[in-house]
Design a protein around this ligand. Structure first.
Ligand code: UDP
Length: 329
């Protein structure tokens, strides 16, 4: 069984990976500053170190407490819109601190590194579905910051032999099927939890950011991938590192529009969702759908919950059961 360090393991995607690692019998330490993450999202049995990535002493202490089989790096700022307002903040927090983490992993002899990367690397892609060969052209400092980490990992492998997996997430959604974890951002900006809140009358309506896109119903199309399938893909990618470093686009390969998501929430909840069309949100591409065949072919990964109904059902169950999220603020 392995011993793994998960930065950002108290956050949405990170905590679902922690559950997957622990379900597989591994030992897990979470390193998280708990600004966006939640203490209560770290399952019993995992060790939590509440510290900043910028805290060099704390970081070196935990890395020295090895050996680690791999580091999973989730800790990051992740809002495209915010990064357009605070570019240097994003570049410092995500890129600079991430590069420092990679350097420290090399110094401490960590053999493998898994990076939460993003579809935001592709900006406005020319080809849909988006393969790993699509032109890289980040449309935001957020996307740029992840690209910098992918490049740092390229050199860390080439010069120091650190094997890495760069996993470019599309739209993480849903919740742990057993109800142990779910999505809880503050403030919440993501479509599915906001639509669910509108269905539950916890907010008056959902604002639809534009219905004049070149898509069949005019609203943006995204590839919503169940967060537990996303977690499973990390384990598959990790195993594949035996053969060398990898980069994968991580989605289901199917797109759903904002209006389709709203209809699905209405169907699952049995309630009406008040929706209002407002202007476009800056930086939103019309369509982002992953070509996930490379990941499937090379690792044997296949999503277990690839239909939108199941994704929304799990998200709805968690949000209904946890009106105040993890209740730890
Ligand atoms: N969206 C929307 N209203 C909202 C939040 C999101 O219409 O209140 C749309 C957004 O424009 C995008 C899709 O829903 O097309 C998914 O947005 P989200 O922020 O969940 O993820 P992103 O695609 O930005 O990573």
């Amino acid at each position: 069984m392995g011993r793994y360090l998960v930065t950002g393991g108290a956050g949405y995607v990170g905590c679902h990976l922690v559950l997957a690692l622990m379900d597989a019998g591994h030992t897990v330490t979470v390193y998280d500053n708990l600004r966006q993450g939640h203490r209560a999202a770290v399952p019993p049995g995992a060790t939590l170190i509440a510290a900043e990535l910028a805290d060099v002493a704390a970081l070196n202490a935990v890395l020295a407490d090895g050996p680690w089989d791999a580091v999973f790096h989730f800790a990051a700022l992740s809002l495209v819109g915010e990064s357009m307002k605070r570019p240097f903040h994003y570049l410092m927090e995500n890129a600079a601190l991430g590069i420092r983490l990679i350097e420290a992993c090399v110094a401490h002899g960590v053999p493998r590194f898994v990076l939460s990367s993003t579809a935001a690397l592709f900006g406005n892609p020319e080809h849909i579905p988006i393969s790993e060969d699509e032109r890289i052209d980040p449309g935001s400092p957020y996307g740029e910051s992840k690209l910098m980490l992918e490049r740092a990992l390229f050199w860390a492998d080439r010069i120091h032999g650190l094997r890495s997996a760069c996993l470019r997430y599309f739209n993480a959604a849903g919740a742990d099927p057993a109800g142990r974890a779910g999505e809880d951002h503050n403030p919440e900006t993501h479509l599915i939890p906001l639509v669910i809140d509108a269905a539950l009358a916890r907010r008056p309506e959902i604002a639809v950011f534009g219905d004049d896109y070149p898509t069949p119903d005019g609203t943006c199309i995204r590839d919503y991938i169940h967060v537990s399938d996303l977690a499973e893909a990390h384990l598959r990618a990790l195993a594949r590192l035996e053969e060398g470093s990898v980069t994968y686009n991580l989605g289901n390969g199917a797109g759903h529009s904002v209006k389709q998501v709203i209809r699905m929430v209405e169907q699952v909840s049995g309630r009406t969702v008040p929706a209002r069309i407002v202007g476009r949100r800056a930086g939103d591409p019309a369509i982002l759908v992953a070509a996930s065949d490379k990941l499937r072919r090379e690792t044997g990964w296949a999503p277990r919950y690839d239909d939108l109904e199941t994704i929304v059902t799990h998200a709805f169950a968690w949000r209904q059961a946890h009106p105040r999220g993890y209740d730890d603020r």
